[in-house]
Ligand binder design. Structure first.
Ligand SMILES: Cc1cc2nc3c(=O)[nH]c(=O)nc-3n(C[C@H](O)[C@H](O)[C@H](O)COP(=O)(O)OP(=O)(O)OC[C@H]3O[C@@H](n4cnc5c(N)ncnc54)[C@H](O)[C@@H]3O)c2cc1C
Length: 444
């Protein structure tokens, strides 16, 4: 194991920072010793792919257990689709290893650099949430190192409460050492994508409801968060189904943002112009085409370190879900507030979620989720607070993977499973050795 050293960590938004004592075990066998070293600081959290935007993987003044080298695939059963692997395996690695064998991950977040451990700790959702649910649904069992040093296999049958606390549990129940989950069969490397212009929010809502009724596999909307008036909520809807033929095309090429961009490059004028171009890229009558699954699932991965476009001060991401009952008026109120502030950056994402996750702190609920970035500038925290209030009033939730600002009161109001989570945590870790900046901020 490499030596432990003090390092500065940041979330993907680069607006939250933490100095922590980091240890990098190279094998699962080295984890207990690394845990012991880092726990001498008084608290520990796992840090994996670093793709959470805020402070969920940060632990100021404590220990950071770096789990990305725990990246071995241990077994795969092509009959059942069951994959057993270490938690540092990424979605890119899974796609490149298993798509040629006719399998893919059942649920994928919007970047392939996320690890399986990170996917469990945030119970991540993909563009297929309506049909597949979130990642936790597909997990069979987890080998967990508890804060006491004990190792337990947890599942729906064994230690069920601890299993529900670990799915979407923000890494606070222990270190995930090994995971077994079920993959999905996939005959080709492509999806058939239909892209349509949506003139406004009404169009989006009726098209999403139709997609739900039709059982469409993948759906995602890109919104121009600068458009106002009758164009409020205009954007592009993408619906996709697994293709019946493969594409003979190399894996997508990647460019890298070479440096932090100066703050003035991103201003309301340049962003509005970009959004307008993006909207008009799709012909009036829409279009249909075959797209590599990798390109469809991970469009942002074409630009490595894209978070540097926001400059040295970084950015915040806001993601909430509003229940179906909130209807179009909840999303409209959020968008109106955002448009008035002129603070939004590029395209916002709007999609539907199909229902609750299995974890006590899982984010999804049946409804509409909106996600977008805000450059870290004066007034943005106040804007985030007002979006938080709207979300709470409509009975919605803010996603912990993206959050850096929510208040403990809103968190408690939005997450009804919190008391069950606290009871499990109290039983396995009464001194809260597993801890993070997010857990302390939200009084978890
Ligand atoms: C471009 C982009 C697109 C995204 N799109 C989506 C999306 O579509 N849907 C979605 O749901 N999310 C999305 N996300 C968020 C991302 O999926 C989550 O934040 C995810 O948890 C990040 O995983 P990670 O491997 O980077 O882990 P980190 O961010 O390093 O850690 C996340 C959490 O996992 C815990 N953790 C990690 N490994 C372990 C382990 N071995 N044991 C215990 N705890 C562990 C950490 O302690 C922390 O609490 C996106 C993020 C980005 C940057």
């Amino acid at each position: 194991m490499a030596d432990c050293e003090t390092r500065v960590f940041t979330g993907w938004g680069r607006s939250s920072y933490a100095r922590a004592m980091a240890c990098l075990p190279e094998t699962v066998d080295e984890v207990p010793v690394a845990f012991e070293h880092t726990s001498q600081t008084g608290s520990v959290i796992a840090y994996a792919g670093g793709r959470s935007y805020g402070d969920i993987a940060l632990n100021s003044g404590g220990g950071a257990l770096l789990v990305r080298q725990l990246n071995r695939i241990l077994s795969f059963d092509p009959e059942t689709g069951e994959l057993v692997c270490e938690p540092g395996v990424t979605f890119h690695e899974i796609l490149h290893t298993f798509l040629p064998q006719g399998y893919c991950a059942p649920v994928s977040p919007g970047t392939g650099f996320v690890t399986i451990g990170g996917a469990i700790a945030n119970d991540v959702h993909g563009k297929n949430h309506e049909v597949a649910g979130s990642f936790g649904r597909h997990v069979q069992w987890i080998e967990l190192l508890l804060p006491t040093g004990e190792q337990r296999r947890i599942s729906r049958q064994q230690h069920a409460g601890l299993f529900s606390a670990t799915i979407g549990g923000a890494g606070l129940t222990g270190i995930i050492l090994v995971v077994c989950f079920r993959m999905s069969r996939r005959a080709t490397n492509a999806v058939q994508v239909r892209e349509m212009r949506m003139a406004g929010l009404e169009d989006f809502f009726s098209a999403f409801e139709q997609a739900r009724a039709d059982g469409i596999s993948y759906s995602v909307g890109w919104i121009d968060a600068m458009a106002r008036g009758s164009r409020l909520g205009r954007g592009i809807l993408e619906l996709a189904e697994p293709a019946t033929e493969s594409l003979d095309e190399p894996a997508p090429k990647r460019l890298r943002v070479p440096a932090d961009l100066p703050g003035f490059v991103l201003n309301p004028l340049s962003i509005a112009a970009f959004n307008k171009l993006y909207y008009h890229r799709i012909p009036n009558g829409g279009r249909e085409r075959l797209v590599l699954l990798e390109r469809f699932l991970y469009p942002l991965d074409a630009l490595l370190e894209w978070n540097r476009v926001y400059g040295r001060r970084g950015f915040y991401q806001f993601q909430c879900v509003l229940p179906d009952e909130a209807g179009i008026s909840g999303i409209r109120q959020l968008l109106e507030q955002i448009v008035r502030s002129r603070a939004a950056s590029f395209l916002a994402v709007l999609k539907t979620l199909g229902g609750e996750g299995e974890g006590y702190l899982s984010f999804p609920q049946r409804g509409y989720t909106l996600a977008l970035d805000f450059p870290h500038k004066k007034g943005v925290v106040e804007l985030l607070r007002s979006l938080e209030a709207i979300t709470r009033d409509y009975g919605g939730r803010i996603y912990l993977a993206k959050d850096a600002c929510m208040s403990p009161e809103s968190f408690a109001a939005m997450y009804p499973g919190l008391e069950q989570f606290r009871a499990v945590r109290q039983s396995i870790d009464p001194d809260a050795l597993m801890n993070s900046d997010l857990a302390r901020r939200l009084h978890i």
